[in-house]
Design a protein around this ligand. Structure first.
Ligand SMILES: Nc1ncnc2c1ncn2[C@@H]1O[C@H](COP(=O)(O)OP(=O)(O)OP(=O)(O)O)[C@@H](O)[C@H]1O
Length: 547
C-alpha cells in the first residue's frame, strides 16, 4: 500500500504503538512493509476498551480488517499466561477455503519475528482430513483458521474438541454472511461444541457489510454491551469511493457473451498493461462455460483463469496463487472468491448477471481498489434483471459510458466460432445451472415457468446449441418445472463416477450449495432465499446450481 494513498492520509505510524503492542509483532509488521495503521486498524487498536473486548467492526473492503483482528488477539495471547500446550487460543472462522488460507498466511507474516513461532493451522474442506488432523494433534496449534464444515468435523470428535477447551477468542470474518441462514446452523453446531460464552471467551465480528437483520443473532457470539466500531459514515456509499461503478444493460440473455466480449475488448484497449480483471458469474457451471469460451477468444491477448467450487481444491489453491502473482489476466470466478480475497492490482471487476443481494455486489466490487488503489467495476444485467439497480439505489452505479452494441454485433461471428469449440457437456451444464439459478428469481424477474424456459433456450441457442440440452426427468421435477413446454426432458444415464453421461445431457445433478463449506463442498457467500440447512445439500429450491 503506498503511503500517499488516501487510505493512509494522516495515519498514525505503528511506531506509536510501542509499549502497547509486543515488539515482535511490530517487527513483523515492519517486515510486511506496514508502517502506518489503516483507519480500521487504528480504531480497533486505540478505541477498543481492552484488546479482550467483544466487538462488532465494520470497515470497507480492502482496508486492512485482517490485521485489525489479528493484532489485538495475538497481542493478548502473547501477554497472557496459563494456556496449556496443544490448546487452541484463537479460532478464526471464514466462509471460504481460499480466505481461510489467506488469513493464515497473513497471520504467519505478522508472527514471523516471534521466537518460538506461534503455530497457525488451517482446517477446511477439500484437503486430506487425516493429514491435517494428524498435524493438528501432533502440533501445538495456538491459532486455527477454519471453514465451518471442516471445523464441525473436527469438533464432533470429543478428543479433538478438547483442544478447544481453553479458547480465548472467536473471530467471525465476513460475520454477516457467517450469521445468515446458509451458515447459521453450522455456526450453532460449533458454538454448542465450544466452551459456553459464559466461560468468558472474547467474540469479534468483522465485515464490510452489516445488514440490520444480523443484530438479532450477534448475542450468540458477542456479549451484551459489546463495542461497535465503524469507519463508514451511515450516509456514505457502502462501496469504496475509489471504484468507478457502471452498469451495462443488455436486451436479453442471448446478448450476454457478445456484450461481455465487447466490454472486455474495450477495457483491454483502454489499458492493456494493467488488464487484471475478475469476471463473476452466477454459478460454477456458468463460470466454467465463460472460461472455456473466453480462453479461445483471448488466446493471444491475455491469460485466462477460473475459480469455482467444482474444481479440485489443489487446482483452486494453485490458481489462487497464480492469479495473486499475475501482472495481468482475466479470472472467471464464482463467489468462492466473492468476499475477502486479496488479489493485488485488480483493475476491473465485472459481474455478469444478478449478484445474490446488494451486500454480495459490494463485496465483489471490493476485489478491486484495495489497499488505497483505484479500480473500476461494471455489472452486466439484462433489461429484466435491471430491477437490481432500482432495488439498490444506494449504490453509485452509472451507465457504462461507451456504446458497445455495434461492437457486440461485429464480434458475434467470432463469439459463435469460439462457442463451436466448447465441449457440449460444458454448455449443457451451464444451461441447467442457468435454469436452476433463475428459477429462484422468477418473481423478481416477472417470469413464469414457460417464459423462464423460453429464456433458458435463448441462452442455449446463443451458446450454439442446436436444440435445448437434455435435462433428466428427476432434475426437472426437483426444479419444479415438470410439464413446462420447451424443455428437452429425458433420462440421462449416470456413469460409474455418478456423473451423468450422454452427450448434451452431461452434468452432475448436484443440489444448490447453501454456502456451508462442508466435507469438500465450498459455498462462497450469501444466497438470496438462503433457507438451507446444515451442509446445504438436497434442500435447495432451484435444485441444481452451485457456486
Ligand atoms: N497497515 C497497512 N499498511 C499497508 N498495507 C496494508 C496494511 N494493512 C493491510 N494492508 C494491505 O491491504 C490489503 C487489504 O487488506 P485486507 O485483505 O485485510 O482487507 P479487508 O478489509 O479484510 O478486505 P475485505 O473486506 O475484502 O475482506 C492487503 O493487501 C493488505 O496486505
Amino acid at each position: 500500500m503506498s503511503t500517499s494513498t488516501p487510505l493512509l492520509e494522516g495515519a498514525q505510524p505503528y511506531s506509536s504503538m510501542k509499549g502497547k503492542l509486543q515488539d515482535r509483532l511490530l517487527q513483523g509488521l515492519e517486515g510486511m512493509g506496514y508502517q502506518f495503521m489503516t483507519p480500521v486498524q487504528q480504531k480497533v487498536l486505540t478505541e477498543l476498551p481492552t484488546f479482550q473486548s467483544d466487538c462488532l467492526v465494520q470497515a470497507k473492503t480492502g482496508t486492512g480488517k485482517t490485521i485489525g483482528f489479528l493484532l489485538p488477539t495475538l497481542n493478548s495471547l502473547l501477554t497472557s499466561s496459563g494456556l496449556p500446550k496443544g490448546q487452541v487460543a484463537i479460532l478464526i472462522l471464514s466462509p471460504t477455503r481460499e480466505l481461510a488460507l489467506q488469513i493464515a498466511k497473513e497471520c504467519d507474516s505478522v508472527t514471523a519475528q516471534l521466537q518460538p513461532r506461534l503455530e497457525c493451522h488451517t482446517a477446511y474442506g477439500g484437503t486430506s482430513k487425516e493429514r491435517d488432523l494428524k498435524k493438528f494433534l501432533d502440533g501445538n496449534p495456538k491459532i486455527v483458521v477454519a471453514t465451518p464444515g471442516r471445523l464441525n468435523d473436527y469438533l464432533s470428535d470429543s478428543y479433538v474438541a478438547e483442544k478447544f477447551a481453553n479458547i480465548r477468542t472467536l473471530i467471525l470474518d465476513e460475520a454477516d454472511t457467517m450469521l445468515e441462514a446458509g451458515f447459521l446452523n453450522s455456526i450453532n453446531d460449533i458454538l454448542r461444541r465450544l466452551p459456553p460464552k459464559s466461560a468468558g471467551w472474547q467474540g469479534m465480528c468483522f465485515s464490510a457489510t452489516m445488514p440490520k437483520k444480523i443484530v438479532d443473532v450477534l448475542p450468540k457470539v458477542l456479549k451484551p454491551g459489546y463495542t461497535t466500531l465503524t469507519t463508514i459514515d451511515p450516509n456514505e456509499t457502502p462501496t469504496i469511493d475509489a471504484v468507478t461503478q457502471h452498469s451495462l444493460i443488455i436486451p436479453t440473455v442471448a446478448d450476454t457473451y457478445t456484450n461481455l466480449y465487447a466490454l472486455l475488448l474495450q477495457e483491454y484497449e483502454l489499458s492493456p498493461q494493467n488488464f487484471k480483471v475478475i469476471v463473476f458469474g452466477t454459478t460454477a457451471n456458468n463460470v466454467a462455460l465463460m472460461h472455456s469460451v473466453f480462453s479461445v477468444l483471448f488466446e493471444n491477448k491475455a491469460q485466462v483463469f477460473q475459480l469455482q467450487s467444482r474444481l479440485s481444491q489443489n487446482i483452486r489453491t494453485r490458481t489462487t496463487n497464480e492469479y495473486k502473482a499475475a501482472q495481468a489476466g482475466i479470472m472467471f470466478a464464482s463467489d468462492v472468491i466473492g468476499r475477502g480475497m486479496d488479489f493485488p492490482n485488480v483493475s476491473l471487476v465485472i459481474q455478469v448477471g444478478l449478484p445474490s443481494n446488494g451486500e454480495q455486489y459490494v463485496h465483489r466490487v471490493g476485489r478491486t481498489a484495495r489497499a488505497g488503489n483505484e479500480g473500476r467495476a461494471v455489472i452486466i444485467l439484462t433489461q429484466r434483471e435491471s430491477y437490481f439497480l432500482k432495488a439498490n439505489k444506494q449504490l453509485p452505479i452509472t451507465p457504462y459510458p461507451y456504446q458497445l452494441s455495434n461492437v457486440a454485433v461485429n464480434v458475434a461471428s467470432e463469439v459463435s466460432t469460439a462457442f463451436a469449440n466448447v465441449d457440449p457437456t460444458v454448455k449443457s451444464k451451464a444451461y441447467q445451472a442457468w435454469l436452476g439459478f433463475h428459477k429462484v428469481y422468477t418473481k423478481q424477474l416477472q417470469l413464469n415457468n414457460e417464459s423462464l424456459v423460453e429464456l433458458a433456450n435463448e441462452h442455449a441457442f446463443s451458446m450454439g446449441c442446436p436444440e435445448p440440452p437434455m435435462i433428466d426427468k428427476q432434475i426437472v421435477g426437483k426444479m419444479g418445472l415438470r410439464g413446462t413446454p420447451g424443455l428437452n426432458v429425458g433420462h440421462v444415464e449416470r456413469t460409474s463416477h455418478g456423473r451423468r453421461g450422454g452427450g448434451q445431457g452431461g452434468g452432475a445433478p448436484k443440489q444448490r450449495d447453501h454456502s456451508v463449506d462442508k466435507n469438500g463442498m465450498n459455498g462462497g457467500g450469501a444466497r438470496r432465499g438462503g433457507g438451507g440447512g446444515r451442509g446445504g445439500r438436497g434442500r435447495g429450491r432451484g435444485g441444481i446450481s452451485k457456486r
